[in-house]
Design a protein around this ligand. Structure first.
Ligand SMILES: [Zn+2]
Length: 488
């Protein structure tokens, strides 16, 4: 976040010395106690039995430490971990992502992709440590056969990017509120550098993705590589869960002082899941600022408008619902507070992942029974700026609250399919409702299969009376096409 605070600055310990893990300290202590040849076999046995993931130390880890730790986890847990990089920072540092899940290297149809990102602002550092602790906790839980971890890793593929701005972290001051290190090495605020749908429509100018900052380009490429369903971006300097939109053109999205998405009910629910599972966020404490956050949540625009933010980009362009989580009043809390801050956030970090199982998921099949990419899966009453499309496996994921929801599936050459489904609350049993849509091909007597826009108009006319009007459909398609044409 931006903003000043009356909080007094402090000087936390950022020493890069010391053991990477509490395990290393424990091993040193064991070595010193045993210290004899007779104890060596016992020592070796103990070292084997101490899983590395159990003992991450509570301190600030350097970028090299993170790389080392992730390599350790990856090497010792090949069945559930996979390490990859999405690119490099301006100064050439790798942007490491660790995946946890039962099929860590590859997407599995029906298993949703989830991500956590932290340290986009280099001087907002608590999120880095929370995500490292989260990795430690998930791996330790899995190895210990704890059901909460087994269930999460069985049902979800979890991607963790602990630092999106490693150069900024290296430049950062340990001050609670000052912004040194906020920007990347080019002096750019990465949370203002994403293509912005509202700005693109307002200005009618093409958005050039490839002239974005290296770190932003890396995330954009990442979003194209995986079909992420749910995400959170961890910041510091406030204590609140913020949800899209961050921007507005003053259209129908603007309700009062908030800029609301068509999925606002889902976003409010998601934000409350985080704030109410957090030790104090739900109390709405505003870190001394003259602003109140009821339930510890806020619409991003209502708090303060911004253009080029990452959460709007995720939602509009990548159909991934993302929150911006402000997890500490102090951007660089003293290291001695890390154990308590981890405990404040542990339950909410885990509960939020589980929300990836809200709603409905499944595949769309064409008239020959093959899964189809780029089928439009719409939910009545939710006019997304860009329609949600199926991925290369024909999959769709729609996060929805429990209740009846009417779906409308459209694909060139096929009849529009409209179905109403009762959607239960999926997170409790770690799965959204599974439902496939089977399309029927339009015969040649009702239209030519080779002209998608015409086809959409024809099938629209053949749809049930309560489907959107032709004009509205064309307007929607037009907006999507305009948006698509504005990004290159
Ligand atoms: Zn921030």
């Amino acid at each position: 976040m931006w903003g000043s605070s009356k909080l007094r600055p402090n000087r936390p310990d950022r020493s890069k010395e010391g053991a990477l893990t509490r395990g290393s300290s424990a091993r040193a202590a064991v070595t010193s106690r045993l210290g004899t040849r007779a104890g060596m076999s016992t020592l070796i046995l103990i070292l084997i039995l101490i899983p590395t993931a159990m003992m991450l130390e509570y301190r600030y880890h350097s970028n090299d430490d993170i790389e080392h730790y992730f390599h350790q986890i990856n090497a010792s847990n090949p069945d559930i971990a996979h390490l990859y990089t999405i690119g490099r920072s301006v100064a050439g540092q790798q942007l490491w992502v660790l995946v946890l899940g039962l099929s860590p290297r590859l997407h599995t149809v029906g298993i949703p992709e989830f991500k956590y990102v932290a340290n986009m602002h280099g001087n907002e550092v608590l999120g880095r440590e929370l995500l490292l602790q989260l990795v430690d906790e998930l791996v330790r839980g899995y190895r210990g056969n704890e059901s909460w971890s087994l269930q999460l890793l069985k049902s979800t593929r979890i991607h963790i990017l602990p630092t999106m701005n490693p150069d900024g972290f290296d430049d950062s001051d340990t001050h609670c509120q000052l912004s040194q290190g906020r920007f990347n090495r080019n002096g750019i605020d990465l949370n203002r550098n994403f293509p912005d749908a509202f700005a693109a429509l307002r200005e009618g100018q093409p958005v050039d993705v490839w002239r974005r900052e290296a770190e932003v380009q890396a995330v954009i490429g990442w979003l194209k590589m995986e079909t992420f369903v749910l995400s959170a971006n961890l910041h510091g300097g406030a204590l609140v869960a913020s949800y899209p939109y961050d921007n507005s053109n003053g259209g129908s999205e603007l309700v009062g002082r908030a800029s609301l998405t068509p999925d606002n009910d889902v976003f409010v629910h998601l934000a409350k899941v985080y704030s109410h599972n957090h030790a104090s966020m739900h109390q709405g404490w505003s870190c001394g600022e003259p602003v109140s956050f009821a339930d510890g949540i806020t619409n991003g625009y209502r708090w303060y408008p911004l253009s080029g933010g990452m959460q709007d980009y995720n939602y509009v362009w990548a159909q991934c619902l993302e929150l911006t989580l402000e997890v500490s009043c102090c951007k660089f809390p003293p290291a001695k507070q890390l154990p308590a801050l981890w405990m404040d956030n542990r339950k909410s970090l885990l509960a939020f992942i589980q929300q990836v199982h809200l709603g409905v998921k499944g595949r769309v099949f064409d008239g020959s029974g093959a899964p189809v990419q780029n089928a439009v899966v719409e939910v009545k009453g939710r006019s997304n700026m860009r329609p949600f499309l199926t991925n290369q496996h024909g999959e769709y994921y729609r996060l929805l609250l429990p209740g009846n929801h009417t779906f409308r599936v459209t694909y060139p050459g096929h009849h529009v399919l409209t179905e109403t489904l009762y959607v239960p609350y999926g997170p409790d049993h770690y799965s959204a409702l599974k439902h496939d849509f089977l399309l029927r091909r339009i015969t040649m007597t009702t239209g030519s299969p080779s002209s998608p826009p015409t086809k959409w108009v024809q099938v629209e006319a053949a749809g049930p009376p309560d489907t959107p009007t032709w004009t509205r459909m064309v307007t929607r398609l037009g907006l999507a096409l305009v948006l698509n044409s504005l990004i290159s």
